[in-house]
Design a binder for this molecule. Structure first.
Ligand code: XBP
Ligand code: MG
Length: 236
Protein backbone atom coordinates (compact mmCIF):
# COMPACT_ATOMS: atom_id res chain seq x y z
CA UNK A 1 0.00 0.00 0.00
CA UNK A 2 1.27 3.44 -0.97
CA UNK A 3 1.77 5.63 2.09
CA UNK A 4 4.20 8.42 1.20
CA UNK A 5 5.66 10.45 -1.64
CA UNK A 6 9.29 11.59 -1.41
CA UNK A 7 10.30 14.53 -3.59
CA UNK A 8 13.62 15.80 -4.84
CA UNK A 9 13.66 19.63 -4.98
CA UNK A 10 16.11 21.03 -7.55
CA UNK A 11 14.87 20.25 -11.04
CA UNK A 12 11.83 18.33 -9.77
CA UNK A 13 9.70 20.76 -7.75
CA UNK A 14 11.16 23.75 -9.59
CA UNK A 15 13.66 24.52 -12.34
CA UNK A 16 16.16 25.99 -9.91
CA UNK A 17 19.49 25.31 -11.57
CA UNK A 18 20.07 27.45 -14.69
CA UNK A 19 18.34 30.66 -13.58
CA UNK A 20 18.68 30.13 -9.84
CA UNK A 21 21.67 28.31 -8.34
CA UNK A 22 23.92 29.10 -11.34
CA UNK A 23 23.18 32.82 -11.15
CA UNK A 24 23.71 32.82 -7.36
CA UNK A 25 27.09 31.06 -7.70
CA UNK A 26 28.22 33.68 -10.23
CA UNK A 27 27.06 36.53 -7.99
CA UNK A 28 29.06 35.06 -5.09
CA UNK A 29 32.16 34.72 -7.27
CA UNK A 30 31.90 38.34 -8.47
CA UNK A 31 31.37 39.55 -4.90
CA UNK A 32 34.55 37.75 -3.84
CA UNK A 33 36.49 39.46 -6.63
CA UNK A 34 36.86 36.26 -8.67
CA UNK A 35 36.57 36.33 -12.45
CA UNK A 36 34.92 32.89 -12.56
CA UNK A 37 31.82 32.72 -14.74
CA UNK A 38 29.76 29.55 -14.96
CA UNK A 39 27.87 29.80 -18.26
CA UNK A 40 24.91 27.54 -19.01
CA UNK A 41 26.96 24.90 -20.82
CA UNK A 42 29.70 24.70 -18.19
CA UNK A 43 27.08 24.55 -15.44
CA UNK A 44 25.48 21.59 -17.20
CA UNK A 45 28.77 19.74 -16.91
CA UNK A 46 29.28 20.82 -13.30
CA UNK A 47 25.88 19.34 -12.40
CA UNK A 48 27.61 15.95 -12.60
CA UNK A 49 28.49 16.68 -8.97
CA UNK A 50 25.65 17.40 -6.55
CA UNK A 51 25.95 19.86 -3.67
CA UNK A 52 27.16 23.42 -4.01
CA UNK A 53 30.39 23.14 -1.99
CA UNK A 54 31.25 19.87 -3.71
CA UNK A 55 30.52 21.50 -7.10
CA UNK A 56 32.92 24.41 -6.42
CA UNK A 57 35.66 21.95 -5.47
CA UNK A 58 34.98 19.88 -8.59
CA UNK A 59 35.26 23.07 -10.69
CA UNK A 60 38.67 23.86 -9.21
CA UNK A 61 39.89 20.28 -9.62
CA UNK A 62 38.78 19.90 -13.24
CA UNK A 63 38.03 23.26 -14.88
CA UNK A 64 40.26 25.84 -13.14
CA UNK A 65 43.43 24.06 -12.14
CA UNK A 66 45.43 27.27 -12.71
CA UNK A 67 43.69 29.02 -9.81
CA UNK A 68 46.06 29.57 -6.91
CA UNK A 69 44.28 27.87 -4.02
CA UNK A 70 44.26 29.50 -0.61
CA UNK A 71 45.84 27.43 2.17
CA UNK A 72 42.50 27.10 3.96
CA UNK A 73 40.61 25.74 0.94
CA UNK A 74 37.67 24.27 2.90
CA UNK A 75 36.97 27.60 4.60
CA UNK A 76 37.38 29.45 1.31
CA UNK A 77 34.82 27.20 -0.39
CA UNK A 78 32.48 27.37 2.61
CA UNK A 79 32.62 31.19 2.51
CA UNK A 80 31.83 31.31 -1.20
CA UNK A 81 29.00 28.86 -0.70
CA UNK A 82 27.53 30.86 2.17
CA UNK A 83 27.45 33.94 -0.05
CA UNK A 84 25.91 31.88 -2.85
CA UNK A 85 23.14 30.70 -0.51
CA UNK A 86 22.43 34.32 0.52
CA UNK A 87 22.06 35.35 -3.13
CA UNK A 88 19.90 32.30 -3.87
CA UNK A 89 17.59 32.96 -0.92
CA UNK A 90 17.24 36.60 -2.03
CA UNK A 91 16.10 35.35 -5.44
CA UNK A 92 13.56 33.02 -3.85
CA UNK A 93 12.30 35.81 -1.57
CA UNK A 94 11.70 37.90 -4.68
CA UNK A 95 9.59 35.04 -6.09
CA UNK A 96 12.03 34.55 -8.97
CA UNK A 97 11.56 30.78 -9.19
CA UNK A 98 8.12 29.21 -9.79
CA UNK A 99 7.14 25.58 -9.27
CA UNK A 100 7.10 23.32 -12.33
CA UNK A 101 3.74 22.61 -14.02
CA UNK A 102 1.55 20.24 -12.02
CA UNK A 103 3.61 20.28 -8.82
CA UNK A 104 1.14 22.30 -6.74
CA UNK A 105 -1.74 20.17 -8.04
CA UNK A 106 0.07 16.90 -7.30
CA UNK A 107 0.92 17.98 -3.75
CA UNK A 108 -2.69 19.07 -3.13
CA UNK A 109 -4.10 15.82 -4.52
CA UNK A 110 -1.66 13.73 -2.49
CA UNK A 111 -2.62 15.57 0.69
CA UNK A 112 -6.31 15.15 -0.07
CA UNK A 113 -5.68 11.41 -0.56
CA UNK A 114 -4.05 11.21 2.88
CA UNK A 115 -0.55 10.47 1.63
CA UNK A 116 2.45 11.56 3.69
CA UNK A 117 4.83 13.99 1.98
CA UNK A 118 8.60 14.13 2.36
CA UNK A 119 11.65 15.71 0.74
CA UNK A 120 15.08 14.24 -0.02
CA UNK A 121 17.52 16.71 -1.54
CA UNK A 122 21.19 17.63 -1.59
CA UNK A 123 20.40 21.32 -1.36
CA UNK A 124 20.78 23.50 1.75
CA UNK A 125 17.72 23.21 4.11
CA UNK A 126 16.90 26.95 3.97
CA UNK A 127 16.69 26.73 0.17
CA UNK A 128 13.83 24.21 0.52
CA UNK A 129 11.96 26.26 3.10
CA UNK A 130 12.21 29.49 1.10
CA UNK A 131 11.11 27.79 -2.12
CA UNK A 132 8.05 26.25 -0.45
CA UNK A 133 7.14 29.50 1.34
CA UNK A 134 7.51 31.68 -1.75
CA UNK A 135 5.47 29.37 -4.00
CA UNK A 136 2.92 27.61 -1.77
CA UNK A 137 2.69 29.87 1.28
CA UNK A 138 4.20 29.84 4.75
CA UNK A 139 2.17 26.92 6.09
CA UNK A 140 3.25 24.59 3.25
CA UNK A 141 6.51 23.70 5.01
CA UNK A 142 4.40 21.79 7.52
CA UNK A 143 2.82 19.68 4.80
CA UNK A 144 6.09 17.70 4.75
CA UNK A 145 6.59 15.20 7.57
CA UNK A 146 10.30 14.91 6.78
CA UNK A 147 12.61 17.39 5.05
CA UNK A 148 15.93 15.61 4.51
CA UNK A 149 18.38 18.12 3.05
CA UNK A 150 22.02 19.02 2.58
CA UNK A 151 24.78 17.98 4.94
CA UNK A 152 22.67 15.74 7.26
CA UNK A 153 24.28 12.80 5.46
CA UNK A 154 27.99 12.66 4.62
CA UNK A 155 27.54 11.31 1.08
CA UNK A 156 25.25 13.24 -1.26
CA UNK A 157 23.42 11.86 -4.31
CA UNK A 158 24.08 9.60 -6.23
CA UNK A 159 24.67 7.86 -2.86
CA UNK A 160 21.42 6.42 -1.45
CA UNK A 161 22.03 7.97 1.98
CA UNK A 162 19.60 10.91 1.78
CA UNK A 163 16.66 8.74 0.68
CA UNK A 164 17.55 6.14 3.32
CA UNK A 165 17.64 8.97 5.88
CA UNK A 166 14.18 10.14 4.74
CA UNK A 167 12.78 6.59 4.94
CA UNK A 168 14.23 6.13 8.43
CA UNK A 169 12.61 9.34 9.65
CA UNK A 170 9.32 8.47 7.95
CA UNK A 171 9.45 5.08 9.66
CA UNK A 172 8.33 3.44 6.43
CA UNK A 173 9.78 0.72 4.20
CA UNK A 174 10.77 1.71 0.65
CA UNK A 175 7.91 -0.42 -0.73
CA UNK A 176 5.38 1.94 0.85
CA UNK A 177 6.81 5.01 -0.87
CA UNK A 178 7.25 6.57 -4.28
CA UNK A 179 10.14 8.89 -5.15
CA UNK A 180 10.15 11.78 -7.64
CA UNK A 181 13.40 12.82 -9.32
CA UNK A 182 14.72 14.73 -12.32
CA UNK A 183 18.30 13.51 -12.77
CA UNK A 184 20.43 10.40 -13.19
CA UNK A 185 22.23 11.15 -9.92
CA UNK A 186 18.85 11.43 -8.19
CA UNK A 187 17.56 8.16 -9.67
CA UNK A 188 20.72 6.31 -8.65
CA UNK A 189 20.13 7.60 -5.14
CA UNK A 190 16.43 6.78 -4.89
CA UNK A 191 16.68 3.41 -6.68
CA UNK A 192 19.69 2.65 -4.50
CA UNK A 193 17.42 3.11 -1.50
CA UNK A 194 14.97 0.62 -3.04
CA UNK A 195 12.40 3.21 -4.08
CA UNK A 196 10.12 3.07 -7.09
CA UNK A 197 10.88 6.33 -8.88
CA UNK A 198 9.06 8.61 -11.30
CA UNK A 199 11.23 11.02 -13.30
CA UNK A 200 10.27 14.40 -14.73
CA UNK A 201 13.13 15.54 -16.95
CA UNK A 202 14.32 19.10 -17.53
CA UNK A 203 16.61 20.79 -20.04
CA UNK A 204 19.75 19.67 -18.27
CA UNK A 205 18.71 16.07 -17.59
CA UNK A 206 16.61 15.09 -20.63
CA UNK A 207 19.24 12.77 -22.15
CA UNK A 208 20.52 11.18 -18.94
CA UNK A 209 20.36 7.49 -18.05
CA UNK A 210 17.34 6.74 -15.87
CA UNK A 211 17.88 2.99 -15.57
CA UNK A 212 15.72 1.61 -12.78
CA UNK A 213 13.07 4.33 -12.96
CA UNK A 214 9.42 3.26 -13.12
CA UNK A 215 8.37 6.02 -15.50
CA UNK A 216 9.99 8.99 -17.25
CA UNK A 217 7.78 12.02 -18.01
CA UNK A 218 8.52 15.43 -19.49
CA UNK A 219 6.59 17.05 -16.60
CA UNK A 220 3.73 16.32 -14.21
CA UNK A 221 1.46 18.51 -16.34
CA UNK A 222 -1.88 20.20 -15.85
CA UNK A 223 -5.32 19.57 -17.33
CA UNK A 224 -5.10 21.12 -20.82
CA UNK A 225 -1.31 20.69 -20.83
CA UNK A 226 -0.82 17.04 -19.98
CA UNK A 227 2.51 15.30 -19.52
CA UNK A 228 4.22 13.18 -22.20
CA UNK A 229 5.53 9.71 -21.32
CA UNK A 230 9.18 9.47 -22.47
CA UNK A 231 9.81 5.98 -21.12
CA UNK A 232 7.83 3.58 -19.01
CA UNK A 233 5.51 0.60 -18.97
CA UNK A 234 3.05 2.33 -21.33
CA UNK A 235 5.54 2.63 -24.19
CA UNK A 236 7.97 0.16 -25.80
C1 XBP B 1 20.71 19.51 -6.52
C2 XBP B 1 22.05 20.05 -6.35
C3 XBP B 1 22.28 21.18 -5.46
C4 XBP B 1 22.10 22.56 -5.95
C5 XBP B 1 22.79 23.52 -4.98
O1 XBP B 1 20.79 18.09 -6.71
O2 XBP B 1 22.98 19.52 -6.87
O3 XBP B 1 23.60 21.11 -5.15
O4 XBP B 1 22.67 22.69 -7.25
O5 XBP B 1 22.49 23.33 -3.67
P1 XBP B 1 19.52 17.16 -6.45
P2 XBP B 1 23.52 23.84 -2.51
O6 XBP B 1 18.36 17.80 -7.16
O7 XBP B 1 19.89 15.84 -7.07
O8 XBP B 1 19.28 17.05 -4.96
O9 XBP B 1 24.38 24.91 -3.13
O10 XBP B 1 22.64 24.38 -1.42
O11 XBP B 1 24.35 22.67 -2.07
MG1 MG C 1 17.24 17.21 -8.75
Amino acid sequence: ELRALIFDVDGTLADTERDGHRVAFNAAFREAGLDWDWDEALYGRLLAVTGGKERIRHYLDHYNTAFERPAALDEFIAGLHKAKTRHYLDMLKDGAIPLRPGVARLLAEARAAGLTLAIATTTTPANVVYLLESTLGRESVEWFSVIAAGDVVPAKKPAADIFEYALRHLGLPAEACLAFEDSANGVRSSVGAGLRTIVTVNGYTRDEDFTGALLVLDKFGEPGSPCTVLAGPAVE
